[in-house]
Design a protein around this ligand. Structure first.
Ligand SMILES: NC(=O)c1ccc[n+]([C@@H]2O[C@H](COP(=O)([O-])OP(=O)(O)OC[C@H]3O[C@@H](n4cnc5c(N)ncnc54)[C@H](OP(=O)(O)O)[C@@H]3O)[C@@H](O)[C@H]2O)c1
Length: 244
């Protein structure tokens, strides 16, 4: 796998936190050139100082829900082999129906469904032969809990997008990883102060007996990037969550 990845230029949208940041670390270890994108300059600065691989990593401020910003992002990136998107803005979208605001649904849809479409629209023409897009779905589409209506809808929609884009953009490959519960900063937006209690209870329930790490998901994305025979696939990395 390392042989297939070495030397690739890979854009990681959402690479300033959580799974995306863990992926950037793994890619740099495999001699890839990594372009990290996110909205927050501060989070990008922290990520770049953690990644600290001079010349092999660069930061790009962009809100990928905005088409003009996506165009600007690709104009500044130069040629690429692959695009990975782990971006999500789920603030306010884990709510029971009476409290679910349209604004929060819109924001989450734009970050997880519209943004990947914009990235494909403007990014696919710039990808080298053998290139790929890897997107991020999630367990909420399969094991929704109360408060999960918006996120279940969004992840399900994204998986349809993956299949359609795998056909339309072929021979570029398009896949998604679908994480289970993984300890990352997103949990502040998902469950706030309740997070630790919920994660501990889930760890006991799961067949693997623990919550996922960002590195677990990064390793699955490495597989999707490197395996040239995989397209239109959703790779579940969730500790057996769909079984319980
Ligand atoms: N953690 C879990 O348990 C879990 C479970 C199932 C699915 N997932 C999915 O896995 C993916 C990665 O999640 P994570 O846990 O790694 O989350 P995270 O740590 O919150 O990272 C997501 C990153 O996306 C960036 N982002 C959000 N909106 C953006 C936009 N409009 N433009 C550019 N960047 C944007 C954010 O950076 P800025 O704020 O700087 O823009 C943030 O750093 C998400 O799709 C999430 O829904 C997570």
């Amino acid at each position: 796998m390392d042989k297939e990845l070495a030397g690739r230029r890979i854009l990681v949208v959402g690479g300033n936190s959580g799974m995306g940041l863990a992926l950037c670390e793994e890619l740099l270890r495999r001699n890839c050139e990594v372009l990290v994108a996110g909205r927050s300059r501060d989070k990008l600065d922290v990520a770049i100082s953690r990644l600290g691989s001079a010349g092999k990593v660069s930061a790009h401020v962009a809100d990928v829900t905005q088409e003009d910003e996506v165009q600007r992002l690709f104009a500044s990136c130069g040629p690429l082999h692959d695009i990975v998107c782990t971006a999500a803005d789920v603030r306010g979208s884990y709510e029971l129906l009476p409290a679910l605001e349209l604004e929060a649904i819109d924001r989450a849809i734009r970050s997880k469904v519209v943004a990947p479409i914009l990235l494909a629209k403007h990014g696919a023409p710039r990808l080298a032969a053998g290139g790929s897009l890897t997107l991020t779905s999630g367990i909420a589409a399969y094991r929704p809990r109360p408060r999960g209506v918006a996120v279940a809808a969004i992840n399900s929609a994204l998986e349809g997008v993956v299949r359609a884009m795998a056909v339309e953009l072929a021979p570029l490959r398009v896949n998604a990883v679908s994480p289970g519960w993984v300890r990352t900063p997103i949990w502040q937006d998902v469950a706030g102060a309740e997070s630790e209690k919920m994660l501990a209870a889930m760890a006991e329930r799961l067949p693997v007996g623990r919550i996922g790490t960002a590195a677990d998901i990064a390793h699955a994305i490495l597989f999707l990037l490197a395996n040239g025979y995989t397209t239109g696939t959703v790779l579940h990395v969730e500790g057996g969550h769909r079984l319980v």
